[in-house]
Design a protein around this ligand. Structure first.
Ligand SMILES: Cc1cc2nc3c(=O)[nH]c(=O)nc-3n(C[C@H](O)[C@H](O)[C@H](O)COP(=O)(O)OP(=O)(O)OC[C@H]3O[C@@H](n4cnc5c(N)ncnc54)[C@H](O)[C@@H]3O)c2cc1C
Length: 505
């Protein structure tokens, strides 16, 4: 973990203590967990709190991707990039920033490292030991259907959980390896801003980091093989983010396939093809953000009778059971939605299903009950939950869609954050929420209200009757609910009301 400064030394003391001595293994564990990312940490800590004897095995860093090379460092630098971007708008708010203002990328990265080190206390090996978990630092490998080997010790288990996550997928581009590239594992080690950066991949990780680096002052080009960023999302929602990214100076190169990369002196030349036309791009660094692959290699899954797919990961059923009934899986290793809060939710399911008896399947927890919101933390943010309109229609549902623009929300106007909209899909003839997409400065916060409504089975009628403080950006949800309510006022009802008012005048 570079650079070797006080912050990273604190981080390492927490997540991989250099003087760590693995404990003497228990004769048998109720639960052995491989991988101490979010899924593994939650599984291990909850099981230990319930009184189970738990082993937790981590080969690299406690905290996994999220803490060390994912959510935490990315959101740390995104915050800095937002501040840098606000400076461009300062005059609009009556503040004139001198042209010679110092822009210190190194300091922004140091702030991130400091905060990451602070947050790492929570995931530290010592803390987990205090929680009663046997923490083993080393590579875990199944040696049979009820045994895991770690640094020469055999751990016997009654149940196990595979929580080994994933890593960046590296496309087979000729010359890329020789030229050198960054991934999420190395980009947060930078202390100097690359003057020119190419980002390969327009998914959430690529978009967030492309925008951040553009705001720091890199000349960023994002190469994406499809025709849009964030292709899973509604096209008009992605378009709002795209417009802002372009405004921040990011070149978006769509339908662009990287053919090969060449190192020329200090420069890296990317040769790519867009709709049959070849072009070159000279950059100083390349960030690969082209999806994720599961960490299944070297786990000895065959010896444990656990089947897997090298792209999708470990095969599980809706109860997160693998093909070995003793062994479960949670997190990025087995789930298509690769988020920290998803890993957390799956860990709870594993606890419920692995540690307690379920005669005839009674009380088994299932992924089918998960209602999962997610958010891409670009500016504006793009959040989604539940079904998209096409998805619901594909299932034969009649859908009604309400869209409210942020420029109709007073607080968004006053904040100067009026780009975007909230869109809610409901089942026609009812107020049942099927899904929502929000693109807005604080979409990740606002979507939580929709998540609660969906989980609690509260429809748009309840949302419309819920008092929201004025002025807040979350009023956009209530406005959508009120707009829906107006649609329930049919001509027939209006006629009756008109008669009533005429009679009572
Ligand atoms: C740049 C970036 C930003 C992200 N931002 C967000 C965000 O804002 N919000 C969000 O919800 N999600 C975000 N994510 C996704 C999030 O980080 C993952 O979904 C989450 O970390 C998954 O947790 P996990 O426990 O399944 O796996 P991981 O966090 O990958 O943990 C798996 C652990 O298993 C260990 N391991 C693997 N094999 C072995 C073995 N054989 N023996 C021992 N240990 C092993 C690994 O070293 C690792 O520590 C981001 C990801 C990236 C890359």
């Amino acid at each position: 973990m570079q650079p070797d400064d006080e912050y990273n030394r604190t981080l390492i003391r927490n997540v991989r203590p250099p003087d760590w001595i693995n404990p003497e293994p228990a004769a048998r564990y109720n639960l052995a967990v491989i991988g101490a990312g979010t899924a593994g940490l939650v599984t291990a800590s909850v099981a230990a709190a319930l009184g189970a004897k738990v082993a937790l095995i981590e080969r690299q860093w406690m905290g996994g991707d999220c803490l060390n090379v994912g959510c935490v460092p990315s959101k740390g630098i995104l915050r800095a990039s937002r501040v840098w971007s606000s400076v461009h708008r300062a005059a609009e708010f009556g503040l004139r920033i001198p042209d010679d203002t110092v822009r210190d990328f190194g300091a922004a990265m140091a702030r991130m490292r400091q905060l990451r080190a602070r947050i790492s206390e929570t995931d530290s090996a010592h803390r987990y030991r205090k929680l009663g978990v046997d923490v083993f630092i080393g590579e875990g490998r199944f040696a049979g259907s009820d045994t895991i080997d770690v640094v020469g010790r055999h751990l016997r288990f009654s149940k196990a959980a595979i929580c080994t996550g994933g890593r960046a997928s590296i496309p087979a581009i000729p010359g890329l390896k020789e030229a050198g590239y960054l991934t999420n594992e190395t980009v947060f080690e930078l202390t100097e801003l690359p003057p020119r950066l190419a980002v390969i991949g327009g998914g959430p990780v690529g978009c967030e980091l492309a925008q951040a680096f553009a705001r720091f002052g890199s000349r960023v080009a994002l190469l994406e093989q499809t025709g849009s960023i964030l292709p899973r999302e509604d096209a008009d929602a992605a378009a709002v983010v795209m417009e802002r990214m372009r405004g921040d100076g990011t070149r978006l190169l769509f339908e662009s396939i990287v053919k090969n990369v060449e190192k020329r002196g200090q420069e890296k030349i990317i040769h790519f093809e867009t709709n049959g036309n070849r072009s070159d791009l000279a950059v100083d660094e390349i960030l690969v953000a082209a999806g994720r692959v599961p960490n299944v290699d070297g786990l000895g899954l065959e010896s444990a009778g656990v089947t897997y797919d090298s792209i999708r990961g470990v095969n599980v059923d809706a109860n997160l059971r693998t093909t070995n009934p003793r062994i479960f899986a949670a997190g990025d290793i087995c789930f298509p939605f690769k988020f920290t809060h998803a890993a957390d939710a799956l860990a709870q399911i594993v606890i419920q299903n692995a540690l307690f008896p379920h005669p005839l399947g009674i009380g088994l927890a299932s992924t089918d009950s998960i209602i999962l919101p997610w958010c891409t933390y670009t500016d504006p943010e793009l959040a989604h939950i539940g079904m998209y309109e096409a998805e619901a229609k594909g299932l034969g549902m009649e859908v009604e869609t309400i869209t409210v623009r942020l420029d109709e929300v007073d607080r968004a106007v006053l904040d100067g954050e009026e780009e975007g909209f909230a869109r809610i899909h409901i089942r026609k003839g009812t107020d049942k929420i099927l899904g929502a997409t929000i693109v807005a400065a604080h979409a990740g916060e606002i979507i939580a209200e929709v998540a609660l409504a969906m989980k609690a089975g509260a429809g748009l009628g309840t949302v419309s009757r819920t008092i929201h403080p004025y002025p807040t950006q979350s009023e956009v949800i209530r406005k959508a609910a009120l707009a829906w309510r107006k649609t329930t006022l049919t001509e027939g009802r209006k006629k009756i009301l008109r008669k009533w008012f005429a009679w009572t005048r």
